[in-house]
Structures are given as C-alpha cells and as structure tokens.
Ligand binder design. Structure first.
Ligand code: KG4
Ligand code: ZN
Length: 341
C-alpha cells in the first residue's frame, strides 16, 4: 500500500537537545540538525532545567533555519509542523511548542503535537536521503523503549496504536547508567561513559543482580544500583582502589541482560513479527550486540545518531498523524508527563 507523500518539519526541545529536521513520507531524512547542551550541563552532573530552556530559546531559530537550508527548502515546501509536546521538561517543551505554533500560524500549515516516546519508536523507520531504504518495520511489533526518562515495552499492532505491556518501577535504564556513572566519578552523560570504561573491564568480575520480575513485563533497576553502591562502599572501606572498568562492565551487562531477556520473552508471548529497540540507551553496544545475536526475529535498532534525542524522529511520527488528519489545535499546552498509552 503506498501512502500519500508529505514533507514534515519536526521540532524537538524536550530535554537538553535543540533539534529540527525535515522528513519526507515518514522515512526519508532530508535534513536533521541537533544542538546538544551536554557540555553546558556536564559541570552540574545532570540537566539543569532553567539553563536548558534558556539555551533552547537562543538556539531554536537558527536550528530551524538550518534544517530548512540543509534540505534546500522553504517553509512553503513543508506540509506540516510536528513538535514534541511531551513528556519532558516543561520549560524546555514550551520553547519548541511555541516555535512550532508560530511557524504553523504564519505559514498556514497544520500543527501536529507528537509524544516524544512515539518519536523514539518511529526513529526505526528513518533513513538518510542519500542512503537506500531498509525494510520498514512490520506489525505486529514490540518496541523496547529505553531512554533517560523511560524504560518501556510497547506492543504495536498498527501505526499509532500503543499498548504498554510494562515499564520500570523505579529508575529508567538511562537514569541508572547516569547515576552509576556519577558514583564511579565518570562524566555525564553516564551511558556513553560507562560503555567506554567497560571496554577495559571484565563483565563477570561482579555478579550484580538481574531483576526479572517474573509474571510482569516491568523492570526494576534499584536492586542492581544498590548492589553496585554497596560494592563500592565495601571496596572504599577496605581502602582498595575502585576497579572502575570491571564495575562498569559488570553493571552494564546486568542492565543489558535484563532488558534483552525480557524483551525476547515478551516478543514470544505476544507473537510479534519484529522488534524495535529505541531511545538513548539503544546506543549501547553491549545491548545492541546481545539482542541482535539472540533474537530469532528481525530487530530494528536505529543508527547511533537517531538513538539519542533528535527531531527527525518527531517529523517521522508526525507524518503518520498528518496522513490521518490528526492535527493539533493552536491552544495546545505542553504535556510534561504524557504516557504513551
Ligand atoms: O533518549 P535520550 O537521548 O533522552 C531521553 O529521552 O531521555 O536518552 C538519554 C539517555 C541518558 O541516560 C544516557 O546516559 C543514555 O541515554 N545513553 C546511553 C548510551 N548513550 C546514551 N546509555 C547506555 N549506553 C550508551 N551508549
Ligand atoms: Zn528521548
């Protein structure tokens, strides 16, 4: 079935990345610009919300201009304006939503509010304009969504329908990476730092717990976090130097193992055709390698640039709302805690 063509401008400002992108037909990335504030927040060891919104205010206009110029397009060439409405930091979301409203009103284009989490899922459909397309994900599918704020298993039987099977009962996977990195004095953001430190470590050095929470599709990372903390405290009390690489590798393996085991069990139970892994933590090498090697089903994991926050994924998801005529009113508010279903 061929879907109608449409070019969507996406805008993303939910956390510490100011991003704009143009995507055709829900799949083809014509341009994608991301301004990261990581260096700014690193000195605080995490995102400083007020600073984040002020940086978005400064960056948003040039970033949107950059996306249009990068695609050699004018606003008249765009069919709809998609923007992250939530979840995320309220003060940051407001900047993107107001920019999108302004452009949509001035240019007479429809406004499309997109859930950040559905955006992450739709990153699996995207490919750059100069590359050949991969096979689009096929339904029914299971999405493992692992980011700084969320760890969810979501079942999709068709576009834009989401059944949340389960999610984290405490920390999100990315949050656990960030907290353990801080404990080990590794720089923010913690995920990439833990991955880097792990390269020189042995993942069997410490046997950290893997909470499988049988009978549910939920996750819990508080046990593994506490186990790492207790180990670090004991080593420090003995005056021994911390084996950072071994601690990082053992922690990373414990988190990745639980995510993969539960995802593959849920995929079997719900008889899905394919699996998507998305969100910042899907950039993790250990997680990617394990699920790709152990899954009997096709697994879609976006390239690294599309795992972390970007606006192409928002434009991609926005396209499917656009073709259904699912437009937003101009008085929409931001939704800082907007669940996927
Ligand atoms: O999706 P994302 O960019 O922002 C949110 O929507 O939260 O995810 C950010 C999270 C952070 O917690 C970061 O530490 C984690 O993704 N992350 C990783 C890796 N790269 C980013 N976690 C593990 N391994 C990585 N390579
Ligand atoms: Zn995200």
């Amino acid at each position: 079935m061929s879907l109608p063509p449409a070019r969507i401008l996406g805008i993303e400002t939910s956390c510490d990345e100011t991003a704009a992108a143009i995507v055709s037909d829900g799949r083809v990335i014509e341009s994608s610009v991301v301004a990261s504030q990581v260096d700014l927040h690193a000195q605080y060891g995490g995102v400083f919300p007020e600073l984040a919104s002020r940086e978005h205010v400064k960056a948003i206009h040039p970033i949107v201009q950059g996306a249009l110029q990068g695609a050699h397009l004018n606003i008249e060439d765009i069919d709809g304006i998609a923007v992250t409405q939530g979840p995320g930091l309220a003060g940051s979301l407001v900047v993107g939503v107001n920019m999108a409203k302004g452009i949509a009103l001035a240019a007479g284009k429809p406004l499309i509010g997109v859930n950040h989490l559905e955006g992450h899922i739709y990153s699996a459909w995207l490919y750059p304009a100069n590359a050949s397309p991969h096979q689009a994900p096929r339904f029914p599918l299971l999405a493992l969504l692992v980011s700084g704020g969320h760890s969810e298993l979501v079942l999709m039987t068709e576009h834009l329908t989401y059944q949340r099977l389960g999610g984290t009962l405490d920390d999100a996977a990315g949050e656990a990476f960030d907290k353990i990195a801080r404990l080990l004095d590794l720089p923010y953001p913690g995920g990439p730092s833990i991955q880097k430190a792990s390269a020189a470590g042995k993942e069997t050095a410490f046997n950290f717990p893997r909470a499988t929470l049988e009978g549910t599709w939920d996750f819990s990372f508080s046990g593994v976090k506490t186990a790492v903390l207790r180990t670090v405290e004991a080593l420090r009390a003995e005056g021994r130097p911390l084996p950072i690489a071994d601690l990082a590798a053992s922690f990373q393996a414990a988190v990745a193992d639980v995510l993969v085991v539960k995802t593959l069990l849920a995929a079997n139970e719900h008889k899905v055709r394919e699996i998507i892994v998305a969100g910042g933590v899907s950039a993790n090498k250990r997680l990617r390698e394990k699920i790709l090697s152990e899954s009997a089903r096709p697994v879609h994991i976006p390239p690294l640039s599309l795992c972390t926050d970007n606006a192409a994924m928002i434009a991609g998801a926005g396209y499917y709302h656009y073709i259904q005529g699912d437009f937003s009113a101009f008085d929409i508010d931001v939704q800082p805690t907007w669940p996927l279903s």
